[in-house]
Design a protein around this ligand. Sequence first.
Ligand SMILES: [Zn+2]
Length: 538
Amino acid sequence: MADTVSITFHGAAGTVTGSCMELRHDGRRLLVDCGLFQGSRTLETLNHRPFAFNPRQIDAVVLTHAHIDHCGLLPRLVAEGFEGDIWCTGPTSDLLEFMLADAGRIQESEVAQRNRRRDRAGQKLFEPLYTETDAIAAWRQSRPVALGTWFTPAAGVRARLWNAGHILGSASVELEIGGVRLLCSGDLGPEHKAFHPEPESPAGFDHVICESTYGDRKREHLTLEQRRSILEAEIGSALARGGNLVIPVFALERTQELLLDMAMLIRAKRIAAVPIFIDSPLAERATRVFSRYSGTLEDLEAGDVFKDSAFHFVRDVAESIRLNSLTGAIILAASGMCEAGRIRHHLKHNLARRESTILFVGFQAQGSLGRVILDGAERVRISGAEVAVRAQIRRIDTYSAHADQDDLLAWIAARQPIAGSLFLTHGEPDSAEALRRLAQGHGHGRTIVTPLIGEEYRLPAGQPAARTKTGDPAVQAATGRDWQNSYADFATKLKQRLDEVGNAEARQQAIDAMRAVLDSYRQARSRRKRESSRHTPA
Ligand SMILES: [Zn+2]
């Protein structure tokens, strides 16, 4: 049926990364976002599988914002033949240039590192997913458009962007395609977010696609001033100890929020005017984009706060190393989870000092160095060296760029009436499910769908969506929990690995050995059961 509109979820379904939706109508193909999968090794293998569509046949991309899990596969899309425009807001286009370039450099250096090992072992070398050159080529295809202005990404398709209140430049996407009115939320910001007004979009759609990252979490809704007071207290006690205050930060948005709050606290003489070093080239570039758009941002009553004389942007590595001899300074450095970047050498020099303070202000994923420190490790390994943790470890969790459960429900309520279906994407299964139950209770949408990766739906005007294709179970398992990740990986490679075993007899032995391992678990379990029943007093 040429005239029906359909949507396929290629990522951020059953998981929070890899955002990519494909809309098709009458021979036209449009992507909303083309993001990188980030997280476990298994999840990241999805970045390397062939696209489920031909990049040459995509007419255009509409990009919601510059976070890598939404834009990080664009360089690969372009390298594989996509020639259309990447529509986004002006700030997103400006941020995209170095966010993608940085991602390209990371891809190149990670592969170089792995290849050094493989080269020594005489193994086949990997190719990077894409390079910095690919990244810049993709950025050149970006096409800025103002919020609220209709544009035509493909023949017969009209679109408009709306403020999503998540990070600088973030937008929701309104689409009119084949007589169907759609809205894709993109990532939504919380109430009381610095710089950006609360998300706004029109109401009355056939179908709405809403993110559900924090669909199962309620946060205290603090005002900017309440948050600033918490920061003031942390900075005050850190400086009173006489050591450095080291803050791991995300280069985009969190850095600028902290700079705004610190500038305000300094101007009001609520904290001492100590030097504040921003030791991240990416954060400096992002801050420059904030300055460029300062006329459109909220909460900047006092002009360009980013140019405050207390702030010192650290350019080269030599200057960064000189900070090691300092004491009584505030140092902001990336990466936010301490997995890479200059923060690692600041941790190396400050973790062991009792007078230093490490202040976490962002999400720390399981397994990251930031999380290990936060969870109370007494010693950590940083670039090959053992470091004792003696510094004060502090945390503020009141900064967030994401809507919580209440914010999401309010956003969905404000989009009513939704004549067809409400899709909940971009969430772990528990978050999407919690939000689905609540949204249903509130009577939002005639049907609520939590799509899985790879699924395709028909989107009729005024009617609930209908699933027309299921996804690949192996890919779906990769977005699931850890054991499922390993299982999917194991299952897909099993045949290949057996084929590599020399002959039929050896293969049979390998299968017998695997079976024996599984049997041994079962035997051990029944033995334990028998023993515990013997020892149970009558
Ligand atoms: Zn985001």
